[in-house]
Design a protein around this ligand. Sequence first.
Ligand SMILES: [Fe+2]
Length: 346
Amino acid sequence: MRRLMKKITTLALIMSLFASAFAIASEVNIFNARHYKADGELYAKFTNKTGIKVNLINGKSGALEKRILEEGADSSADLYITADAGRCGAMDAKGALQGGLTSAAIKSAVPSSFRTSKWVGIAKRARIIYYSPERVTGAELSGMTYEGLADPKWKGRLVIRKSSNIYNKSLVASLIKNNGKAATAAWAEGVVANMARTPTGNDRAQIMAVAAGEADIAVANTYYLALMLSGKKGPEQQAAAKKVKAFFPNQNDRGTHMNVSCAALVKGAPNKANAVKLVEFLLTPESQEHFTNNTFEFPMIDGVSPSPLVVNNLGLDFKQDMKTKLASYGKNQAAAVEVMTAAGWK
Ligand SMILES: [Fe+2]
């Protein structure tokens, strides 16, 4: 018996030496640009379940992207997790990603327009119109589209953030994909002519501007209204959010512009198999509920409900644009910046 124990102990020692020498210790390195406080709890759950240690490198998207690009093939990053398909697409265009997110679990969870082999959507959001019910009539909004934001009837009534913002780049890239660059260039000029002010502030600041009477309509992402209503951003923003209503554009044609938080597989990922496992975990109902309750995004998968704040104030019954591939946001990003800049969109 004692001899057997000794053998087992020796074997365990050899195995652990082998593991450290050949770095087969199970881990995964995430470069994370998302709302990281809440996401940290989720990664702890993954470790408990799989024994795979998650090394979380939190930072702003720009800094993380720079580091991944500088480290190149030697990058320690396995996954880059960020908001906006345009960012994942731009990293792909720079050659920073590799294929491999193609497991049956991923493909069955995520509709094809919301993923590529190199990055996949893990939570959804829509970029929509918010309006003042006091100053905007139902008739004015009837059949409203993104294209309609350039209609002169909105002159001096529209707020939207800067052209350097990734959400706007992706929205405009989707318009280029659907309507062509020339039509979108003309559209951007119309939008700039309709602006109530020079673009300033984040998405929540646009909603605040409508609440304050500075503008009648604003463009902002869905989860911000729920975040403001939750009170997490203070009573002033909560009160402002109650003064606006949400409108989902393009319901009579391709549907409302959708975007995602995405997880991208980095080229040279030292722990590729674990990275795939983590992405699969992020697409389970358990993880999806965690996202929807903490960030007020829409779930990426079927069968999970968004937060009640989203369901009650934004609704679920809208047509999503499932046709425009989100990969086009990265592909048309340079053209989007070009048309916005040419139009004088600050
Ligand atoms: Fe955001």
